[in-house]
Design a protein around this ligand. Sequence first.
Ligand code: 8YV
Length: 307
Amino acid sequence: MNRIVQLTPLPLPAGYTPPTDIAIEPAFDAAALDAVDPTDVVALVTHSIRGVPSDVWGRFPDLRLVANFGVGLDRIDLDQAKQHGVAVSYTPDHLTADVADLAITLTLDLLRRVPAADAFVRRNGWSEGPFGLGTSAKGRRVGIIGLGRIGKAIAARAAAFGMEVGYTARAAKPAEPLAFFASTRDLAAWADVLIAAVPGGADTDRMIDAEVLAALGMTGLFVNVARSSVVDEDALVAALKEGIIAGAGVELFEAASTLPSRLTDQNVIFTPHIGSATFQTRSAMADSVFDNVRAALKGEAFTDLAV
Ligand code: 8YV
C-alpha cells in the first residue's frame, strides 16, 4: 500500500477543500514521526518553514517525493534528496506575483508614508498642521538582491512605476536590461530602495549587515521579502534607530525575534509573512502539492521539481 506522511499542518485557505481521494498520515513532531511505520511511504508533505528534518533522510526506503508547500528550499537538503533518489517538488511560479506585489506594496507604503498617514487621520492630526510630504516612486532607484523569478517580477513592477532598476546576483544576467552590481554593498550605495529577494541558506546568511545598511544611507529604504536569515537584525535595529537608513519594510523575521518590539517608533512596516497569503495563491500551491502527491501514488510524472 502506498502511503503519504505529512510533516506539518499546511496553511490552506479557508474554503479550500483538500482532495478526498488521498489519505495522508499526519506526523507533526519527532515523536509522531517515530511512531510512523516507514514501510510503503512514497511521499512526504511539508512546507518551507518546517522543511525536512535531517534525520528523516534514509528512514523511508520507498520514498519517491518530498512535496514542499512553498518556494523556499533552505530547510530541505537537496543533496540528501538526490543521494536517496527522492524528487523534491515546490511551488515557485504560483506565488511569484503575490510576493512581488507585496515587495512593491511595502516600497510604495514607505515612500508615501502610508502607515503614518493612516495614524495621522485616526488621531485627527489636522490640528498639528498638514501631513508632511512623501517621496515619489517615479525616478527612484530600486536595487534588487537576487534576480530569480521573484526578483524579476519585482523589477517589472518597479519599472512600471517609473523606477530605475539595478540588481546583484551570483552572476550578471546579460539577457536582462538592468544595471548589474557585483556586490550587495555597491548596489546598496546606488539604490534608494534595497529589496532582498534571495533564497535563504548559508550563502546569504546575514548578508544585509551594518556595512550594507551604511552604504544604503540615511535616505535609503530596505525591504525584505526574503528569509529573515539574510538580515543581521541587530544591525537593522541600529541603522533605523540611529538614522543610518530612513525606513524598512519587514515581511519576515525570526519567530522569536524582538524586532517588532524594538522598532516601535521608527519608519518601519511589518507584515506577518503574508507574501503568498492570498486565497488564489495558497489554493494553487495546495493544488500543486496534492497533484504531485497523487502522481507519487500512481507512479506518474511530477511537476514543479527542484530536483
Ligand atoms: C509560505 C514561503 O508561507 O514559499 C515560501 O517559501 O515562505 C511562503 O510562501 C511558507 O511556505 C509556509 O507555508
